[in-house]
Design a protein around this ligand. Sequence first.
Ligand code: AG3
Length: 274
Amino acid sequence: MELWYTEFQTPNVGITCKTKKTYHTEKTEFQDLALIETEQFGRMLVLDGTVQTTIEDEFVYHEMISHVPLFTHQNPKKVLVIGGGDGGAIREIIKHPSVEKAVLCEIDRRVIEVSKEYLPEISCALNDKKVEVLVADGIKYVKENKGEFDVILVDSTDPVGPAVGLFAVDFYRSIYEALKEDGIFVAQTESPFFHKDLIKSVYRDVSSIFPITRLYTCAIPTYPSGYWSFTMGSKKYDPLETDISKIPDLDTKYYCPQIHKAVFALPKFVADLV
Ligand code: AG3
């Protein structure tokens, strides 16, 4: 018998993966959580029926949410990840020798625990001595930590359920205040094919607060449409002006100095959103 897992990405489109095994399912305090083995993408973390990360393609998202802002900043010492309980962004952040401390603020303890158990390739850095793991509400945490961080990454789920507040203008204001005077933030902002209004409104909100706002995109096969966006707000550094000849070689599979600039070249229909 074949078992297939489907995420309905819109009312009319889905992604379907043949599965080998279900390792774990539960209802946490915040969401439905599942950890399954798929034939094509390996182990997959699913929250509220939406694919969060898979062993085969997680590198794209985690490298792109992390290295683009960290190399734009040039000397990031203290970095915060809101959400991202699987630990993939943290794993990338601590590849930067300048980073002294990386804080993970994830609201759902079970995402961290299940990722530690079933996704060691992704969560492996969560026990690093530079890493502090907090199980807390990111919205509250940024309000209580003003002027603390060089870089803040918002590694959230889709803007429904527990993540709604992470796409709000008030939250971006608190992030601005939680950053140092040359700080940078990046949020994952969904698909340019399926979430045009969201990308537009986030871009508008971020640019009402930050002097520099940039949108960049990359290919992620397991996310809706396979084409994904990130929005950056920066107080001082412009990623388009990064001297890419100074970027050292890191152990990555997607990110490279040429990609650092190339991802900001937007297809016309995406450029039209901002
Ligand atoms: N967070 C973004 C996942 C959004 C995917 N949406 C969907 N499948 N409908 C990823 C968390 C990885 N650290």
